[in-house]
Structure formats: C-alpha cells, structure tokens
Write a protein that binds this ligand. Structure first.
Ligand code: C2E
Ligand code: MG
Ligand code: MG
Ligand code: MG
Length: 279
C-alpha cells in the first residue's frame, strides 16, 4: 500500500500523479513488445536534386505503431530505446525493412534510387556493424550502392580508430555515408578530412530562417562551399519554402529535402514518386 511505502514511493501512487516513472516504465514495456512484434513502419521522405527538382532518393524514417497513440515519431522513442538497449534490434529491423522494400521496388521494375537509413551512435559504434550491414544486403540481394547511412557528427567524434575502421569498411562495401544534422554537434572540422565520407546534411535549424536571416544564410553558404571544396555532396534538410529552395539553387547545393518538397510518406505513396520518374 502507498501508505506503508517510503516517502519516495508516494510519487508513484499520488492521485493524478502516476507521473513520469510509471508512464516511462509503461512506455518501455510497450516498446519491448513492439520490438518483439516488429510493430514499426518506415516512412520515406524524397530527396530531390536542387537543380532540376527530380527525385534523387529517399530517407527512411522509422515510426512506432503504438497501441494507444497511433504512429509515434522517433523523437519520442529513440532516446528511450537507446537507454534501454532496444535501439540495436530496432535499427536492425529498420535496415532490413528498408533493404527489403528497395529490393521489392527493383523487382517490380521501378527506377532504382538509393535509400538512406539513420544509424544511432550506439549502432555505429558496434564492432560488427559493417558485417551486419553486409549480411542484410546479401540476404536481401541488394547492391550496396542503393543503401546510404546517416550518422551524426557526435557519433563520429568518439573512438577515432574504430570510427575510421567502420567508415573504411562501409566505403569498401560501397555504402555511402552522410553526416546528419551537420553543424549542431560538438565537433572538430578535422574529421571531415580524416574520414572517408560522402555527404553533408545541412541541419534544418540553419535552413529554417533563410533567406531572411543573414547569419543563417552565411552559415548555409559556408557549409555548402565546404562540402564542395571537400568534394562531398551537400544536402539541405527542412526545406519548407520556394525562397529557401531558390537560395540553395544560387549556392549550388546538390540535394534538398523538406516538407516544402514532400513530407515523409508511406511505402505506397513513395512508390508513386518512383512511378512518376522518367525511365
Ligand atoms: P533526421 O535524420 O534529421 O531526419 C529528418 C527529420 O526532420 C524527420 O523527422 C523529418 O520528418 C523531419 N523533417 C523533414 N523535413 C522537414 C521540414 O521541412 N520541416 C520540419 N520541421 N521537419 C522536417 P522524424 O521522422 O521525426 O525523425 C526525427 C529524427 O529521428 C531523425 O532526424 C533521426 O535522427 C531519427 N531517426 C529517424 N529514423 C530513425 C531510425 O530508423 N533509426 C534511428 N536511430 N534514428 C532515426
Ligand atoms: Mg537523417
Ligand atoms: Mg537530419
Ligand atoms: Mg536534422
């Protein structure tokens, strides 16, 4: 009984306050069940060429099919999954599902475009991550050139030697690597020359207030130029307006992604984008 328990326990029993801990425990329990039942779904957000506007590929974004809350976005469960040891099985499902879907589109004769998958720092730091990815590609019979991985800067900042090995391994496999949310982490620019990388994704926080905010325009300009100088592709995130897209075109940014172009969509809708591609 609540009465008998220690002071701390009252937090759990107080009326109207079956607050944080209990709610979190319940969410964790539901997330564990979701992992067992694979109650997730991938949405796909188009990435288009800034020049010309045609589809380049998709970013796969995970959603949890929550029993009571409908589709729940990753910002609401990835941190919990990471702290409870659940991100690895979820990430593996994401990888497998993205590759399976891509292969199905190939088999249906649709145009072949790459899909980018987000890797959490925890997944990226696992010693066998390259072997895992290679195995999934092999099992799905999917050529590596159609898979990309997105990794945040902070994940690249730790354990230099292992990071290099992993990135070399991905490069050897033929899987492209994008630095996600570029400019938002604690990082040193030195890693850009130290590691084999393919893309820089300009974080949407820098894109949001362009072209009106001259500081943000300066930052986006610098990142796009940096990418070009290092012979990396530049991708702008969170493009919502035609004015933002026009700026990116002036700057020579390679790819753009955002609600102003297309929202993340389910596989059926993404397939319509593929059908609309020429050839
Ligand atoms: P991210 O990789 O930076 O993905 C972009 C996020 O921005 C997505 O949110 C996308 O829906 C959203 N977005 C795209 N365009 C716009 C726009 O124009 N305006 C605004 N306001 N937002 C836009 P989402 O799907 O909620 O994903 C959030 C984050 O969760 C992702 O950020 C990524 O870091 C993480 N995530 C997503 N899927 C996975 C996954 O399979 N595994 C892991 N470990 N993390 C994932
Ligand atoms: Mg991403
Ligand atoms: Mg991003
Ligand atoms: Mg971002």
């Amino acid at each position: 009984h609540a009465k008998d328990s220690g002071r701390g326990m009252h937090v759990f029993y107080a009326p109207g306050m079956e607050g944080q801990p209990a709610a979190l425990l319940r969410q964790e329990h539901l997330l564990r069940e979701a992992v067992l039942r694979q109650s997730f779904v991938l949405h796909y957000q188009p990435q288009v060429k800034v020049e010309g506007g045609q589809l380049h590929g998709f970013e796969a974004l995970v959603r949890w099919q929550h029993p009571g809350q409908g589709l729940v976005g990753p910002d609401e469960f990835v941190a919990l999954a990471e702290s409870r040891g659940l991100i690895t099985p979820i990430g593996r499902w994401v990888l497998r599902e993205a590759c399976r879907q891509l292969k199905a589109w190939h088999d249906a004769g649709l145009p072949r475009v790459p899909v980018a998958v987000n890797l959490s720092a925890i997944e990226f730091r696992q010693r066998d991550v390259v072997a895992d990815i290679a195995r999934v590609l092999h099992e799905c019979d999917l050529p590596a050139q159609y898979l990309e991985v997105e990794i945040t800067e902070s994940a690249l900042m730790q354990q230099v030697e292992q990071t290099r090995e992993t990135l070399d391994g991905l490069q050897a496999l033929g899987v492209a690597v994008a630095v996600d949310d570029f400019g938002t982490g604690y990082s040193s620019l030195a890693y850009l020359k130290r590691y084999p990388l393919n893309k820089i994704k300009v974080d949407r926080s820098f894109v949001a207030d362009t072209p009106g905010d001259s500081d943000d325009v300066a930052i986006v300009t610098a990142v796009v130029q940096l990418a070009r100088s290092l012979q990396l592709q530049s991708v702008a995130e969170g493009v919502e307006t035609p004015e933002q897209l026009a700026l990116l075109r002036r700057l020579g940014c390679d790819l753009a992604q955002g609600y102003g172009i297309a929202r993340p969509m389910d596989a059926t809708q993404a397939e319509q984008w593929l059908r609309a591609l020429p050839g």
